[in-house]
Design a protein around this ligand. Structure first.
Ligand code: ADP
Length: 214
């Protein structure tokens, strides 16, 4: 099963991806998580993208394409995968289509997370992330049991550099201009399903129901 989760920053894609990955036993490919790890490890790629990410801009397609090409061919992706945060523009979507064709694979579903901007802004400002396992928490509705500590792995929680208010505005601009056109793109290919994303748990259950029949 191959899925794409599409939606605004803070729409809950990462959390729903984790739940779906656990339910269907398929890996999550989050370009944001991969890039943050590279940046944390100060690799060559990490150093190149750090500044771009902290401004809320998109990392150049050539880097993303390399990451995806590598990742998708690994053994654990044989039975499928969940894309979270990729593709992010039409060029990346066209690249994916070509790559899928080459590998004889196809995308089953693209889920678009429908949520108001006011709600995602509130979510982003209050989001905290585990440094070790990248699980998301929220100071408003999903607090960790112990302050600043991940329930799952004990890692330290932090606020992402790009979750500061100024950068959030920029990420929305980028989303509207570059990522939103993918909604129409996948609708025309008959792959798009829109899901209400106001409550993350409900979004997961809804998607799980739809996929149950596959
Ligand atoms: P969110 O969905 O909350 O914006 P992500 O973790 O998906 O967060 O992305 C964080 C940042 O990583 C983006 O603002 C961008 O700089 C970079 N990034 C992630 N995925 C991509 C992608 N597919 N193409 C270009 N840049 C990306």
């Amino acid at each position: 099963m191959r899925l794409i989760l599409l939606g605004p920053p803070g729409g809950g894609k990462g959390t729903v991806a984790k739940d779906l990955g656990g339910e269907f036993n398929i890996p999550i490919i989050s370009t944001g998580v991969i890039l943050r790890e590279e940046s944390e490890r100060k690799t060559r790629l990490g150093k190149k993208v750090q500044n771009i990410m902290s401004k809320g801009k998109l990392v150049p397609d050539e880097y993303i394409i390399e990451i995806i090409k590598e990742r998708i061919k690994q053994e654990d992706c044989k039975n499928g995968y969940i894309f979270d945060g990729f593709p992010r523009n039409i060029e990346q979507a066209e690249f994916l289509e070509e790559l899928n064709k080459e590998l004889g694979e196809y995308i089953d579903y693209v889920f678009y997370f429908e949520i108001s901007f006011a709600r995602v802004i509130e979510r982003l400002i209050n989001r905290r992330v585990c440094k070790k396992c990248s699980t998301n928490y929220n100071l408003l509705f999903s607090l960790p049991k112990k302050d600043n500590t991940c329930d799952l792995c004990g890692g330290e929680l932090y606020q992402r550099e790009d979750d500061k208010e100024e950068t959030i505005k920029n990420r929305f601009k980028v989303f509207t201009e570059q990522t939103l056109p993918l909604k129409k793109y996948y609708k025309e290919k008959n792959l798009l399903t829109e899901v209400n994303a106001d409550i993350g748990r409900n979004t997961f259950l809804k998607i799980k129901n739809i996929l149950g029949g596959l």
